[in-house]
Design a protein around this ligand. Sequence first.
Ligand code: SAH
Length: 395
Amino acid sequence: MSSIILKNGREKSLARRHPWIFSGAVTKVEDLAGPGETVEIRSGDGTWLARGAYSPHSQIIARVWTFDPEEDISAAFFKTRLAQAIRARRGGPPGEPRTACRLVNAESDALPGLIVDRYGDYLVCQFLAAGVERWRADLVAQLAQLVPCAGIYERSDAGVRTKEGLPHRTGVLYGQPPPDLLEIQEGRSRFLVDVRHGHKTGFYLDQRENRMLVADWAEGAEVLNAFAYTGGFGLWALMGGAAQVVNVDSSVAALELLRRHVLLNGLDPSRVENLAGDAFQLLRRFRDSGRQFDLIILDPPKFAESRRQLARSGRGYKDINLLAFKLLRPGGLLFTFSCSGLVSMELFQKFVADAALDAGRTAQIVRRLGQPDDHPTALNFPEGTYLKGLVCRVI
Ligand code: SAH
């Protein structure tokens, strides 16, 4: 079988059971394997370390399937891993019902590169690395057996596929094609999800709990929901009794769904204002016209895709948070998020602190927010933590 031999001293991360092997750590590949094929990973002195999937086009040249020499990589192996991940989601946290959740969270569920999200009767998958791409047919067959569902749809059109040398691909993998819009329930609220064209697999499932939290703080508030997408935070603010919600997003299609969500949930459209455009510009305009809010949500897209972009991302986070601080009334609340994995909670807090300082506002952190239970982070894979949020009160 093909083997990947590490340079001397480069086995440390594997000893900590980190699942990634970078090409720079490899001294040679024996018996050249094809993309996605299983390879043995050995240290410089030949000691067996792990078994993984080879990805010749990626900087991450292999991802570990197992650290157990007895474990074969086969359809049965994937069935066990999938069943484990799915079982862990059963029940979920106590409280409100949900019909959509993440079933498989890639590396953190010991299935590197595989995302499976459930939206009611349909599953949506992303195969984001050469290994899961190689086992795609088996994974789909096992999923169909393990989760009774009407259909499975593929959204392998994420940018990271390019890094693996894989083309974008979307379409039906199993069963019925999903309807154009799938209705899901998130606690008391209902949403329509476009799994074909929506962002990611159609919806930001990772913000579920943080959206619900907004309802508790929204009574009577004038709310600004920036980077609204299809309106999740704004909708929960209305359900919590907000007086007025202004939603801002650059996507006209997302705002159209937002408009429908207001009606679907029996909420009063006269309390909602939707603005299509650039949030930076629109917030600046609010500042210039002296408009004020009691509660502001900032949930921007990833500003830092790579280490090189980290400095620029800092300016982005600081600018938008600075504008938000200027728009808040005394006593007002800012729900501010970053979904850039490269920006740690500590760094993010610093960006937000700098923004408050430059806005001339004094503020305190009243809550720290993160990912819900269906988006776990494996302890051996700290990169699995990407979403972080702060609730700040201006005094
Ligand atoms: N809060 C949302 C998810 C937001 S995702 C939810 O809970 O569902 C980030 C959103 O920012 C996307 O909808 C994207 O269309 C929007 N966006 C990206 N750049 C933007 C910009 N410069 N101005 C306004 N919106 C932007």
